[in-house]
Design a binder for this molecule. Structure first.
Ligand code: SF4
Length: 285
């Protein structure tokens, strides 16, 4: 498929300058390069502005309930291990409503990709403070300033056992495209936190702010050092926001790789497996 083939007839309604455009474009570029289509790939979106990716992208997709995209993706992966599975989720859905699903997906090391549209605001509901909004952040829901501290998705992912943890920037399409490819090639869970602008409602994390304060991890950075990765994950602030692959562990087996049945059977192959459950009936009924 060419890049244009990934567009559905539905025209995006995202606000001009929305970070979702960059993330979506990078995903389509990765898809065109790698040959991802409905025969080998499934997209799962959450509720939020980003969720329209499911409507705009010409690959089979499912939209989950708010914060529940991750368990839906897990189910799809378990049903058909051959699929590339991509979850798109906002920082609110991922870290608030779906926080429990996120940490346990990391812990279990499911072989799939989670892309966090991290704009530190609830955009679809017109601008409320999210778990990623900074302390003191003023919004409709915190008019006198946010008294909570923001959550750190990178540190949470590393601490929870994720085996690939990376951060990209919506405006660097080339880097983001490669991150999505690397994430999908990783055998285990891959978290890609994408810093995004929401020009309509987040006036702090602007494209200019990200441009001035992000930097790329150096070429000699060792991705296999978990302690170092955690230290990097804690960096945030003026000229102190790292981008790139923070951590990768290729030794830990994925959840799916540890279950032989999943390796050899797929729901999509339409071959029902007969099992004798009469012993179970005798035990429990
Ligand atoms: Fe994008 Fe924010 Fe507009 Fe939603 S409200 S489409 S996140 S710019």
């Amino acid at each position: 498929m060419n890049l244009q083939d990934y567009n559905t007839p539905i025209k995006p309604t995202w606000c001009p300058g929305c970070g979702n455009f960059g993330t979506w474009t990078a995903f389509k570029m990765a898809a065109a390069k790698e040959g991802w289509d409905s025969s080998n790939t499934a997209l799962i979106a959450d509720v939020g502005c980003h969720g329209h990716i499911a409507n705009y992208t010409n690959i089979n997709a499912l939209v989950g309930l708010h914060g529940r995209a991750v368990p839906a993706a897990t189910g799809i992966k378990l049903a058909n291990n051959k699929l590339n599975v991509f979850t798109f989720i906002g920082d609110g859905g991922c870290l608030a409503e779906g926080g429990n699903h996120f940490i346990h997906a990391c812990r279990r090391n499911h072989d799939m990709v989670i892309i966090i549209h991290d704009n530190a605001i609830y955009g679809l509901t017109t601008g409320q403070t999210s778990p990623r909004s900074p302390h003191g952040f003023i919004s409709k829901s915190t008019p006198e300033g946010n008294i909570d501290m923001p959550l750190n998705p990178m540190a949470i992912a590393i601490a929870s056992g994720a085996t690939f943890v990376a951060r990209g920037l919506f405006s660097d399409i080339a880097q983001l495209t490669q991150l999505f490819i690397d994430a999908n090639n990783h055998k285990g869970i891959a978290i890609v936190d994408v810093l995004q602008a929401c020009p309509s409602f987040n006036k702090e994390y602007t494209p200019e702010y990200f441009k001035q304060n992000t930097y790329y991890l150096p070429k000699d950075y060792k991705v296999y050092n978990k302690e170092r990765a955690f230290t990097k994950a804690l960096e945030w602030g003026e000229k102190q926001i790292p981008l790139g692959i923070f951590y990768e562990d290729n030794k830990q087996l994925s959840y799916e790789a540890q279950i032989p049945f999943i390796q050899t059977h797929s729901v999509s192959e339409n071959k029902p497996v007969k099992r004798d459950v009469s012993e179970l009936y005798k035990r429990f009924i």
